[in-house]
Design a protein around this ligand. Structure first.
Ligand SMILES: [Zn+2]
Length: 84
């Protein structure tokens, strides 16, 4: 089982989101909120999920990273990133 399950660049914000398994021996994250952890590598935002399916579903979203939410809430900036 791999510690890092997924690492992908989000098209909307240009940030990298990584999916971690807290059951892995190398784990450094608190598993209390859920086994699967998604991290916005650019902003350091962390969000726990109970299932890998939920984590995968939410990984491309910006609802759990305030910085990314800020980008999405700024129409001009969002537009410039999307069109870049
Ligand atoms: Zn972010």
């Amino acid at each position: 089982m791999d510690y890092i399950r997924e690492s992908r660049k989000r098209h909307a914000t240009g940030t990298v989101v990584t999916l971690y398994d807290t059951n892995h021996p190398d784990n450094i994250f608190d598993p209390a909120g859920g086994r699967w952890v998604v991290v916005c590598e650019d902003h350091g935002a962390i969000c726990n999920f109970d299932t890998i399916a939920m984590a995968r579903f939410h990984a491309p979203c910006v609802e759990w990273c305030e910085e990314c939410m800020g980008v999405n809430n700024d129409p001009d900036l969002y537009e410039s990133i999307v069109r870049a």
